[in-house]
Write a protein that binds this ligand. Structure first.
Ligand code: FAD
Length: 454
């Protein structure tokens, strides 16, 4: 019998429990990817990066990957019928869209006496698995992270000795050309992801992670968010590598594991509260008034383009547009600026990030936005308003990050790049003036918050 293995957010061959399940169940495995037009927006960086990841997988499979286009609810059952597969194997999907899609596919398969079998998830602990003693979901990160650590994760799945791939004649479509995807976010595929991770470990960055992770001027973080997004590497592999690494017991390693726990926490929150993808988690803050209209649109456009007149904010927004990635500290600073300085409801910013991030992920992104906006599950108070200038001096002390992304300020030495308004030649190269006054807008944000509580 043949088992179908339908790849989605698990574009790798190593440490792949669903692949092992497919092997166990059949005498051969047919690997499939479905290009779902609902998920692919032409020109969106994330779509290009997805295609690059699928291409890398196809190459690793020596061209055996069958690629079809359409709604998986039709395409997948059709394929199973064609090859006479009883079971279609997948990694369990946990996002609202993925759950709806998989329920539809499972129903269509079972109508023909076939089955969708889900094994594993893109997380170390499957969303919904880490619960309180009374079986409830965690609402706050700290207790979740402690329980998540105690829950642990299974060791990486052992590599199969031999994979009997299905070699019958199954038609498919060609993937879009590589030239269209080559520029997006470094090399794709599990080999490149593994190499990037091993480089991070070899460079001693794990031990220094606690001190350096907040410094956008240094290249101090792992950049694993993109490979994790497409499942080119599994967090279980990262955790196992850390546990056996000489620096695995440093405080830097502990901090790194905590960051992975944030990814797991947000996926867990989304699992329990799917509506939180686009709605405030804290309903008591839903009465805060936000700005809309043409004047706000103009300000938001300046924010998107990296022309707010606040160098650190603009550097972050320009890195996003140029690289499809932004340093975590900058995600916080730029998100705070949109929500607290421009008084715009967070979904507008979350949407812009998803349109441009290569690691754009509904759980980490939208809950990251809610965290900054103060509307999320966390104890993060709404009244924390990040001061762009103070953040800039603290985390980009020599102004290097700003000069890298804002060439109009390249002539200002050191930290002067953070304050062009204090230098007679600050605006000589066309850098825009500040679109709002942070001190004024900070007070305005706090006033709105106080009024909404009355
Ligand atoms: P590292 O510092 O090397 O961290 C290791 C891994 O831990 C990351 O790859 C990521 O998987 C996880 N991680 C680290 N910080 C967080 C966090 N705060 N929340 C969740 N997971 C975390 N991350 C995404 O993967 N996709 C997104 O779309 C996304 N959007 C964000 C939006 C906002 C407003 C904020 C504040 C954060 C967002 N993050 C998102 C989290 C974080 O910024 C990125 O994961 C991180 O910057 C990726 O770089 P890295 O891989 O070098 O991280």
């Amino acid at each position: 019998t043949v088992s179908v293995l339908w790849f989605r957010r698990d574009l790798r061959l190593s440490d792949h429990p669903a692949l092992l399940a497919a092997l166990d169940a059949g005498t051969s495995v047919l690997p499939v990817f479905v290009l779902d037009p609902r998920l692919l927006a032409p020109g969106r960086p994330r779509s290009r990066r997805l295609v690059a990841a699928v291409r890398a997988l196809a190459a690793a499979l020596d061209g055996r990957l069958v690629v079809r286009t359409g709604n998986p609810g039709e395409v997948v059952p059709e394929l199973a019928r064609e090859v006479g597969a009883e079971t279609v194997h997948v990694t369990r999907e946990t996002t609202p869209f993925g759950r709806r899609r998989d329920a539809a596919v499972a129903a269509a398969l079972s109508a023909e006496g076939r089955r969708l079998a889900a094994t594993g998830t893109p997380y170390a602990a499957g969303p919904g698995r880490v619960v309180t003693q009374s079986g409830a979901a965690y609402r706050v990160f700290g207790p979740f992270a402690r329980a998540w650590r105690a829950h642990g994760s299974p060791p990486p799945a052992s590599p199969p000795l031999r994979i009997p791939w299905f070699d019958g004649d199954v038609g498919g479509v060609a993937l879009p050309a590589v030239s269209a995807v080559a520029s997006s976010g470094g090399l794709a595929g599990e080999v490149a992801a593994r190499q990037k991770w091993l480089d991070f470990l070899a460079d001693g960055k794990l031990a220094r992670y606690g001190e350096d992770r907040d410094r956008p001027d240094l290249d101090a973080t792992s950049r694993m968010s993109i490979p994790l997004k497409y499942g080119e590497i599994h967090p279980r592999t990262l955790l196992a590598d850390i546990a056996s690494h000489p620096d695995g017991r440093t405080s830097g390693a502990a901090t790194f594991v905590t960051e992975l726990a944030w990814r797991e926490f947000y996926a867990d929150v989304l699992w329990h509260r799917p509506e939180s993808a686009w709605q405030d988690l804290r309903p008591e803050l839903a009465r805060i008034p936000y700005d809309t209209g043409p004047e706000t649109d103009r300000l938001v456009e300046a924010w998107r383009a990296g022309r707010t007149g606040y160098p650190i904010v603009d550097a972050g927004m320009r890195q996003l547009l140029a690289e499809g990635w932004m340093h975590n500290r900058l995600r916080m600073i730029t998100a705070s600026f949109l929500t607290k300085d421009l008084h715009v409801w967070w979904p507008a910013g979350a949407r812009h990030f998803l349109d441009h991030l290569l690691d754009g992920d509904i759980a980490s992104n939208n809950h990251g936005w809610q965290w900054v906006a103060g509307t999320g599950t966390d104890a993060a108070p709404y009244f924390r308003v990040l001061n762009p200038l103070r953040q800039a001096h603290r985390f980009d002390p020599e102004g290097e990050y700003v000069r890298r992304w804002v060439p109009e300020l390249a002539h200002l030495p050191g930290a002067a790049a953070h304050e062009p308004w204090d230098h007679p030649n600050g605006y000589d190269h066309g850098y825009p003036g500040r679109i709002v006054d942070h001190d004024v807008e900070r007070r305005e944000a706090l006033t709105r918050y106080e009024l909404s509580r009355r």
